[in-house]
Design a protein around this ligand. Structure first.
Ligand SMILES: [Fe+2]
Length: 306
């Protein structure tokens, strides 16, 4: 387990719900210091000029004694943790959607390089979950449980990590974030050893994802140290026979019935970053409300190769 660092401007602690999650609170004094370097670029500049994203990431690292980048890298790669939640003061008026977009960008560029998000055509996507939805995936269906899954299952890009920021929330009850670490999952041993889980599955995505190809990979693989990794989401594998279909059903049931899920309410202004190989994430259904609105920002990417 990594040592909790002492970094100026941050309060770093173990999350109340799980010792595997590291809480990183940004103090207001750090937010104040970030305002100036963040003002140097508007969001369009960040979208059009990739190097500017590294400039604001460097500002964040400089203002945290050049320790945050390393601490984040260690946290995300450490099998025992692999997840950090950045928190900001919700009463701080300087923290708005633009600030959170820039903060998320800076954090992501300390973790690695973002993938192109085909949903938006940018390195990030902002999307809303509302009462009504016409889309073709569970992502924006407010009243249906979003089952535990990993990201990047149907794309060619390497998805080492994922970042989700809560930009806004109104009239929300329910909709808690669910997380499960593979090593806490009761059925990991049994299902990851099943030869069917090691077979290649075909993965395709519905239209809204704007990905016009399919990929093939197994559900379970092993990392260099022999630790089990998972790449799975319920909606996108296309089983080609009864064996594969039944395996996926068993897997889905075994994940959802886990007693070791971590269920948490993430406040507006929080940014969660997790290792996508051994953390699964999902969302509980929201309580019905016509005026329900949640806006999230997502970035997915790979670690720096060095
Ligand atoms: Fe996801």
């Amino acid at each position: 387990m990594i040592n909790l660092a002492n970094i100026n401007g941050l309060k770093i602690s173990q999350n109340n719900n799980s010792k595997r999650i590291i809480d990183i609170e940004l103090k207001d004094e750090l937010v104040d210091k970030l305002i100036f370097p963040f003002h140097k670029f508007n969001v369009t500049a960040l979208e059009y000029k990739p190097f500017t994203r590294f400039t604001i990431a460097k500002s964040l690292d400089d203002l945290t004694e050049n320790k945050l980048s390393n601490f984040l890298k260690l946290t995300l790669r450490d099998r025992d943790t692999g997840c950090a939640i950045f928190k900001t003061n919700n009463n701080n008026k300087k923290i708005d959607d633009i600030f959170l977009t820039k903060l998320s960008t800076a954090i992501a560029h300390l973790a690695g390089v973002p993938n192109y998000d085909s949903m938006s055509g940018k390195y990030y996507v902002r999307f809303q979950v509302k009462h009504e939805d016409q889309s073709d995936s569970y992502l924006r269906k407010a009243y249906i449980n979003m089952d535990l899954h990993t990201d990047g299952t149907y794309v060619k890009e390497i998805t080492d990590w994922l970042l989700m920021s809560k930009i806004e929330e109104k009239n929300v009850e329910g909709g808690e974030t669910t997380l499960l670490h593979l090593d806490d999952w009761e059925h990991c041993e049994e299902l990851s050893k099943d030869p069917i889980g090691r077979q290649n599955f075909i993965w395709g995505a519905p239209k809204s994802k704007n990905v016009d190809y399919k990929v093939e990979h197994p559900v379970f693989t092993n990392d260099k140290k022999g630790k089990v990794q998972i790449s799975y989401i319920d909606q996108f594998p296309e089983p080609k026979n009864m064996e594969q279909g039944n395996f996926l059903q068993k897997l889905s049931d075994a994940l959802e019935e886990s007693k070791n899920k971590i269920i948490s309410k993430l406040p507006v202004g929080s940014v969660i970053v997790s290792n996508n190989y051994f953390w699964l994430h999902g969302r509980k259904p929201f309580k019905q409300n016509k005026n329900l609105c949640r806006e999230l920002l997502r970035i997915r990417g790979s670690f720096f190769i060095n």
